[in-house]
Design a protein around this ligand. Structure first.
Ligand code: CTP
Ligand code: CA
Length: 224
């Protein structure tokens, strides 16, 4: 699809997008988090809405947001909240794009009061969080299309393909944190799009343009 006829090519589609980090509470004032800002997911939501889609954006804690028409922002905090919200909405979606940096683990329990320092060291036990991508992939209908993200520091393509298969994704977006100007917090990103058959490499570009490259890979609307 060329630029000039992108316009409303996603009309009638309902996209579920996860974005941002999650915060896993340790006590009332402390949490485990990560450096995700949600920029890539917000860019995807805005680009999809501009192309006619309706978007549910499930957004972890970040100072960024969007008020673009056609985008409903669902703010969540923890991986479990994001998981619940995503599973609830997945049956209504035509496509899912999972770019949230979901914490793989959370503290085994949340202390009800602020944890006090003692003389000795402090050991923290972490337990596994649910895998949102894997659960949506498991529940995916043949008419739904699911896109995941992967950030790898080594064996990028191999690891990303492994995730594609394990999680039942149709497409995975690989970005490397080693590329200057790409990924966390930046306005630009450099990606490779990987499916079962091929790898497509793109230049470093603005996240909004990266978003359009990803959206170009959603299956076209069927003309009745
Ligand atoms: N993902 C998810 N839920 C999780 C963990 C990951 O939905 N609990 C999604 C991410 O949003 C991304 C994809 O799965 O689309 C891959 O995330 P990644 O962290 O790279 O994969 P993991 O399976 O967690 O593997 P690892 O962190 O060990 O590399
Ligand atoms: Ca992970």
């Amino acid at each position: 699809r060329a630029h000039f006829n992108r316009r409303q090519d996603l009309a009638g589609r309902r996209l579920l997008i996860t974005a941002g980090p999650t915060h896993e509470d340790l006590d009332p004032v402390r949490y485990l988090g990560n450096r995700s800002t949600g920029k890539m997911g917000i860019a995807l939501a805005e680009a999809a809405a501009a192309r006619g889609a309706t978007v549910d954006l499930i957004l972890g804690p970040t100072h960024l947001s969007t008020s673009a028409p056609g985008v409903t922002v669902i703010p969540v905090r923890t991986a479990r909240e994001m998981h619940e919200s995503a599973l609830d909405r997945w049956p209504m979606a035509t496509d899912g794009i999972l770019c949230a940096a979901v914490a793989d683990y959370r503290p085994e329990s949340v202390a009800p009061e602020k944890i006090k320092k003692t003389e000795g060291d402090f050991a923290l036990t972490l337990i596994r969080n649910p895998d949102i991508a894997a659960d949506l992939g498991r529940d995916k209908r043949p008419d739904q299309f699911l896109v995941g993200f992967a950030l790898e520091t080594e064996n990028g393509i191999e690891n990303a393909r492994g995730k594609l298969e394990r999680k039942g994704l149709d497409l995975i977006v690989l970005n490397s944190p080693r590329v200057p100007g790409a990924a966390f917090g930046h306005d630009t990103n450099q990606i490779q799009l990987i499916d079962r058959n091929k790898v497509t490499s793109f230049e470093l570009k603005a996240k909004r343009e990266v978003a359009d490259d990803i959206l170009d890979r959603l299956p076209p609307n069927r003309t009745p």
